[in-house]
Design a protein around this ligand. Structure first.
Ligand SMILES: O=C(O)CCC(=O)C(=O)O
Length: 268
């Protein structure tokens, strides 16, 4: 991380890394999604994420994949397997989480079309949750659950989508519910714009969520959520050996279950 990136992540709790994917990588990932789009479904109304907020509600739910992106037949799985331990992002994860970081869960698709509902804001420095916390100690950042959100399409200011309250990962006071519902003090909530090919990195300790989608073009983000190597937030998935055998050593290292001694480390 550069001095500026380190300062901005500590200050705000998120960072946009532009050109993290090449145009070819963006194209390959979009082509894989297009090929399987018949298996992408709107989230059902009864699982609405807008938290009964009038400000966050929409005409329809966001679109989600009903399949595991890592298990698509070849070559369609390849772009998503490469993102697991992508060379552009690994140095950031080493600094933010520490060597030996692991994939806790994901990858998950969030696609949105005009009129899609938002997601009530959640997370924040208070109450303290050690599994998704932010601490600066001994001269470095220590993050719990940390997200890499790959942008496969452009997000412009005003489109909606990922939003957060910058600095809230260090908050000492719980976020009031009407602010989480985007019904009060909207000025403290920032919608994050990012060109296609960017990676938006953020700590789950940040108060964040989704604004309703106003963009005419579709939003496509793929989220990977990482934890320190000794920690599990979402459980410990077991992966079939035939699947692991197809991966690179770096990809296998991030899928290792949580443990500490002699942990495999992603090489840069
Ligand atoms: O990217 C988004 O729209 C929100 C993601 C989110 O809320 C989460 O990862 O917890």
């Amino acid at each position: 991380m550069t001095e500026h990136e380190r300062y901005l992540f500590d200050l705000r709790g998120y960072l946009v890394v532009e050109n993290a994917l090449s145009p070819g990588e963006v194209q390959a990932a979009n082509a894989a999604l297009d090929q399987h789009w018949d298996q992408v479904r709107p989230r059902p109304r009864e699982q609405s994420l807008s938290g009964r907020s009038a400000a966050l509600q929409g005409e329809k739910g966001r679109l989600e994949a009903t399949f595991n992106l890592l298990h698509l037949p070849r070559p369609w799985c390849e772009p998503f397997r490469q993102m697991l331990a992508h060379g552009r992002i690994v140095p950031y994860l080493h600094e933010l989480i520490g060597t030996g970081f692991r994939l806790d869960h994901g990858p998950g698709l969030i696609a949105m079309e005009e009129g899609c509902e938002g997601h009530v804001l959640h997370g924040g420095g208070e109450p303290h949750d050690p599994s998704q916390s932010y601490v600066y100690k001994n001269g470095r950042m220590h993050n719990g659950l940390t997200v890499v959100s790959w942008q496969l399409t452009e997000v412009r200011l005003g489109d909606g989508g990922f939003c957060c309250i910058p600095g809230s990962h260090k908050a000492n006071v719980a976020c009031p519910q009407d602010i989480k519902l985007w019904e009060a003090h909207r000025d403290c909530v920032v919608q994050v714009a990012a060109p296609a090919g960017s990676a938006v990195l953020f700590t789950e300790a940040l108060t964040h969520g989704t604004l309703p989608w106003r963009g005419q073009a579709q939003r496509r983000s793929i989220l990977y959520k990482y934890s320190p190597g000794f920690l599990a937030w979402g459980g410990v998935p077991s992966h079939p050996q035939e699947f692991l055998d197809e991966l690179t050593p770096n990809q296998r290292a991030v899928l290792a279950p949580p443990f500490r001694p002699n942990r495999p480390v992603v090489e840069t």
